[in-house]
Design a binder for this molecule. Structure first.
Ligand code: CA
Length: 329
């Protein structure tokens, strides 16, 4: 396979702290010989594991960029044993456009892995992570939130894996992150995900969903900042023990955790995020917006548990998620 067109303007193997870019040539109307310049910080000292930290895999999710631009600005090499690679905004064009997907090629970073060196901009970035950065990492933390269309209770998550040892290590890192909830996440659509790419390489992978709605709060940004430091402590890259309160363990045993819309209209939620619900409870009602006089369509929980995720905008389409249920483990 051809070499990646991405080059790092810093030395990924050098000791000390370096701030630079992942530089991807991009010829376009405003700059014939231009480049996408993705900020990156690498900190390395002594012998130890490598952590790869990313935000804005989806460009409208802000807890990752907030915590990682902050960390990159404050970190010193003396605090690190091993290596920390920080890319605060992985899909940088999407981040700058405040969009989930890239404004250049429409690419959804979390659906294009393993990427292609000769594909679109998003695929080229994914390919660089797949073939250069992920192989260097022992531990990968990818900070997501709900973006403009979803909202979640703040959780860190691992996935059920064929390798139970890898799964247990991932869940231990998730619990070290110390979000209010620690979830064994069942994905709707895992094909092409960065998570899957990292897990297939045997990496310890921590994902999160910290709030949503296309903005961060003081609470969710704080959870991200503390969580990243906690995971680095857990890995021995930072000294000291993780600091956090109790994290509630949740599971998603099967697809009944998802309630999806088969109606378009105006959504009226009947429960709040974090509420405990029983099977059969009405989560939301969708009102017809085209005419008056009809009854709303009720959407019921298919199982009991905690209401952990919902659609964010006031209007909903067919196929959108109405709600997500997590089951206390
Ligand atoms: Ca996301």
């Amino acid at each position: 396979m051809r070499a990646s067109p991405v080059t790092a303007t810093l030395d990924l193997e050098a000791d000390g702290i370096q701030h630079g870019f992942l530089k991807l040539p991009h010829s376009h109307d405003a700059s014939a010989w231009g480049a996408v310049m993705i900020p990156i910080t690498v900190v390395k000292r002594g012998e130890g594991p490598t952590a790869l930290l990313t935000g804005a895999n989806h460009g409208d999710e802000y807890e990752g960029p907030i915590s990682l631009f902050d960390l990159a600005g404050r970190l010193t090499a003396a605090e690190v044993t091993g290596r920390v690679i920080i890319v605060p905004a992985m899909n940088y064009p999407a981040f700058r456009a405040a969009k989930r997907t890239s404004p250049i090629d429409g690419g959804n970073m979390n659906r294009v892995f393993p990427g292609r060196p000769d594909g679109g901009v998003t695929e080229k970035i994914a390919d660089y992570f797949q073939r250069v950065l992920l192989p260097m990492a022992d531990l990968v933390v990818d900070i997501h939130a709900g973006g403009k269309t979803l909202e979640f209770v703040p959780f860190a998550a691992a996935h059920r894996l064929d390798d139970t040892d890898q799964q247990e290590k991932a869940m231990a890192a998730v619990e070290a992150f110390g979000a209010p909830y620690s979830l064994m996440l069942l994905e709707l659509d895992s094909l092409g995900m960065y998570d899957t790419a990292a897990e297939e390489m045997g990496k310890i992978f921590v994902s999160t969903e910290l709030g949503g709605g296309g903005s961060a709060t003081a609470l969710t940004a704080g959870i991200a900042k503390r969580g990243v430091a906690n995971v680095l402590k857990h890995a021995g890259i930072f000294s000291g023990a993780p600091e956090h309160g109790r994290s509630i363990r949740l599971d998603m045993p099967d697809g009944d955790c998802y309630v999806m819309s088969e109606t378009a209209g105006l959504i009226e939620y009947c429960v709040e995020l974090g509420d405990t619900v029983c099977a059969g409870d009405v989560l939301a009602r969708i009102h017809d917006v085209e005419r008056t006089g009809g009854a709303p369509v009720d959407y019921h929980a298919k199982r009991g548990g905690l209401f952990i995720g919902r659609h964010f905008p006031g209007l909903i389409a067919l196929g959108d998620p109405v709600g997500v249920i997590g089951v206390p483990a």
